[in-house]
Write a protein that binds this ligand. Structure first.
Ligand code: SF4
Length: 414
């Protein structure tokens, strides 16, 4: 995955299938906290960066042994703000992953970045370290809205960051944008999208603001300090984006994601296809075998517990079960995924994929679950309501269903 590539071979792993898994690496540091964010991330704990990176490398090495060096198809550094880590840290973590896992040649390696952390030199360094995809948190190209969102960059910095990354040779770039914001007018959204089309990133993720309870933004709206976002306006913004992006050659391949042909996020496809992934770092979630489990949120607790686990020199696991997961001290919680839950998740995650859709025959082959017969009446009802379409064994949301997809998904809840 970096310029010093070796063709790694995976040993036979009884837990991860031979097709491999995704690897998510959580970075819980931000220079400042944004008032709308409820992710497991912290400001003011930069002193933990070094011990955190050491713990992460130990956790990666231990999982490599426990899972018998399985194949990894994609690596995703998320957060938090991975680009906020000191220079060289991401490269060292990638080297640890290369030693622990059989990372596929040309694997997609994504880093989430804040525009303020990027320069041409920083992007060149990321490329040298094996990163080949960036996901930049632009959010808006309006300084007033960026200020309201508590972001530490300006619109000009965001544009510069994208151009720097492109000039450094990073071509596979996603930009995150938000709509449905308090005080955001349609004219402003149009302007942001048109500027985006000139910049031509490979991928765009458009997120409607969700007011998460417990966040300052939620409180400001509740206290009347900010106007409540208008859902009808947000819907108009979504439709406008659909039109403009399509006209400019972007494929609307997932409810909130558009890409130029061939530039879909391979890592996120793993989630939507309900395939296995391992998450490392505080609060990171994993889905392996028939279990979902997650590391504890506290960075300090995580560092201490990973040390214990690594010191115990854990042996390869023949299978994953409750007891095996309980014996891993940094794991904060686990649940067994029943066949009912797995069926339900396969349905509502797969239906998020607008182009690919959900192939019931392929899903049955992969999971052993006969989704067509399990959900026969739900599928027929949704087709009658013109919210689902079916071609052969493939189900897809219809266009009118995109904005009410949650209503469709609830029909498949276990
Ligand atoms: S930079 Fe991202 S992860 Fe950090 S606080 Fe802001 S929204 Fe949350």
């Amino acid at each position: 995955m970096n310029s010093h590539k070796t063709t790694a071979t995976s040993a036979s792993c009884p837990i991860v299938p031979s097709q491999g898994m995704g690897l998510y690496i959580h970075v819980p540091f931000c220079q400042t906290r944004c008032p709308y964010c409820d992710f497991n991330t912290y400001q003011g704990i930069d002193r933990l960066m070094e011990p955190y990176a050491a713990a992460l490398n130990s956790e990666i090495a231990a999982w490599g042994k426990v899972l018998s060096k399985p194949q990894v198809n994609t690596v995703f550094f998320g957060g938090g703000t991975p680009s906020y880590l000191p220079d060289g840290a991401l490269g060292r973590i990638l080297s640890a992953a290369q030693a622990a896992f059989a990372i596929k040649d040309n694997a997609e390696v994504t880093v989430e970045a804040n525009p303020g952390d990027l320069s041409q030199e920083a992007c060149r360094r990321l490329l040298e370290q094996g990163v080949n995809r960036l996901s930049i948190g632009v959010q808006s190209l309006d300084d007033g809205l960026l200020n309201l969102l508590g972001r530490r960059h300006s619109a000009a910095q965001a544009v510069q960051a994208l151009q720097d990354a492109q000039q450094a040779g990073l071509k596979n770039i996603n930009l995150d944008l938000m709509y449905g914001l308090p005080h955001q007018a349609m004219a402003q959204w149009r302007d942001t999208l048109h500027q985006m089309m000139e910049l031509r990133p490979a991928h765009l993720s458009l997120y409607c603001l969700t007011l998460e309870e417990g966040t300052p933004l939620h409180a400001w709206v509740a206290q009347g300090k900010l106007p409540e976002p208008d859902p009808d306006l947000a819907a108009d913004m979504y439709h406008y984006a659909e039109d403009v992006l399509e006209r400019h050659g972007y494929q609307h391949y997932e409810i909130s994601n558009w890409s130029l042909p061939g530039r879909q996020s391979q890592h996120n496809l793993t989630y939507w296809r309900n395939l296995p992934y391992l998450g490392v770092g505080p609060g990171a979630h994993s889905r392996l075998g028939s279990f979902r489990f997650w590391d504890m949120d506290s960075p300090l607790g995580y560092i201490a517990q990973v040390k214990k686990w690594a010191a115990s020199n854990p042996p390869p696991l023949p299978e994953l079960d409750h007891l095996a997961l309980e014996a891993i001290p940094q794991i904060g919680g686990q649940e067994e995924i029943s066949p009912e839950v797995s069926a339900s998740e396969t349905m509502f995650l797969g239906l998020r994929l607008l182009l690919e859709g959900l192939d019931l025959a392929a899903a049955q082959e992969r999971t052993g679950l006969n989704l067509a017969s399990r959900y026969k009446s739900e599928i027929a009802g949704l087709i009658d309501q013109r919210l689902l379409g079916q071609q052969g064994t493939v189900l897809r949301l219809t266009k009118p269903a995109y904005l009410v997809s949650n209503q469709v998904f609830t029909r498949f809840l276990a």
